[in-house]
Design a protein around this ligand. Sequence first.
Ligand code: PLP
Length: 342
Amino acid sequence: MGKIKAYQEKSTQGKVRLHSNESPYNNLPLLLKELEPSFSSLNINEYPSLNADALKEKLAQTHGISSENIIVGNGSDELITCVMQRFLNPNEVVVTHSPTFSQYAWNASLLHVNLIEVNDKSNYVIDIDGLIEACNQNNAKLCIVCTPNNPTGALISYHELERLHNETSCFIMVDEAYLDFVDQNYQSFVLSSSRMISLRTFSKAYGLAGIRFGYGVAQAEVIQMINQVRQPYNVNAITQMIAQGSLSQRKLIEAQVQSILTNKKLLMGALEDCGCTLAPSMANFIFFSHPSHDLIEKTLWDRGFAIKSFHQNTLTPNHLRISIPNDEDTKTLINVLKGIKI
Ligand SMILES: Cc1ncc(COP(=O)(O)O)c(C=O)c1O
């Protein structure tokens, strides 16, 4: 346990938060208006619905599946832990690509399992052949793919996921936290197999990071297996109600996603003009490198923007990641970038 590090974040008080891939939009006022009077009459002295039944039903309708195919979590972070706990015993092998979301490695340490990381190919491409080989050579029990990947934004194709599945025998967890920013999803394939789950979150496109809600989609038998390790009442009553309400605002969420994608294009242009090298990101953030990454990060911080640095990872020297802000902050950011003398 000595080596495990608690998740840390420096204070971003007073800064525009562009370091966590959150949504720049806070839809709470609208949601509260829509949810009244049910919200005021919530019985918060009672435990919430154990399986978040009404929310699962609405999610099922939204995605054209059955509620038996859904598991709910206190953020998808919790579901990552549940899946890894359920499919891995101490000393067994889990394979993932690198760089990727840090919580897989954190859970692997907690569970005393062996994490094998397959480095991306050039231009941030996830190495599917490398993943297949690592799974097969090491008798992996679990393979994790993050697509679009955090932090690079790389996406694997439907066909690549099929290959990963068909050419291995382990369970596959597909982390689709950024699913709403791309046209592609793997749902029909995931539901065709008893060795797959797709994890999603309301922390990104839906703008609900503060109330923690994530869910998984898989065959009913897989959901039952993972439910065995899920904490009872893990999704609180307020979250259940607000997440359900936000499913009725899909048009608004889609419009917000479109604004984010438009601002992403503008910001990509400004970063390129500064001489940055950009990864082809398919999500609500841009991963890029520049020899003067420190100067860029410091200038943005001094001008009120918190972004995330990855330069300490040996695979990503000089790299930074920036989440896409709203229109006004995008304009300011572009002006700040124009003023940086590099
Ligand atoms: C790839 C990926 N998966 C999962 C999560 C966690 O999401 P949640 O807020 O639902 O726990 C994140 C958050 O940044 C992420 O980037």
